[in-house]
Design a protein around this ligand. Sequence first.
Ligand code: FE
Length: 162
Amino acid sequence: MNTKFISFVIILFVAVGSSYCQVDHDEKEKRKKYEVSKSEDEWKSILSPEEFDVLRNKGTEYAFTGEYYLFKEKGIYTCAGCGNELFDSKTKYNSGSGWPSFYRPIKGSAIDIEIDRSFGTVREEILCSRCGGHLGHVFNDGPKPTGLRYCVNSISLDFKKK
Ligand code: FE
């Protein structure tokens, strides 16, 4: 009886454990195939080392240093990796954070959001939906009408003047 119970518990643990592994595996399988997809060497050949570090290695530029932090021209911000249109200057505001900040993307499908558990925190990472390039993070301390702050590295952006 006791042995049967112990066996049951062991089987239960193995079953639950393997189902978690299956979920993890399925998540990886689901990982998006991006329309613009390049090898690391191909990205290195078209991006500057600083762009590569942010867009492909999820780096962060120093606050208050980026080209577009205080930039006020009217136009469209695009992905520095693939040219995808990401943000309209109409939604840009000065958050005081030191990085270009927007309260919404140009359209929902322009970006992907992924959970980022690096540095012992849980943040929502912003990725370009066309090439998977890392853009920044989104926080819920933004202004109206969305209450969101899309905090983006200048170096992951290009600008098209209107
Ligand atoms: Fe892109």
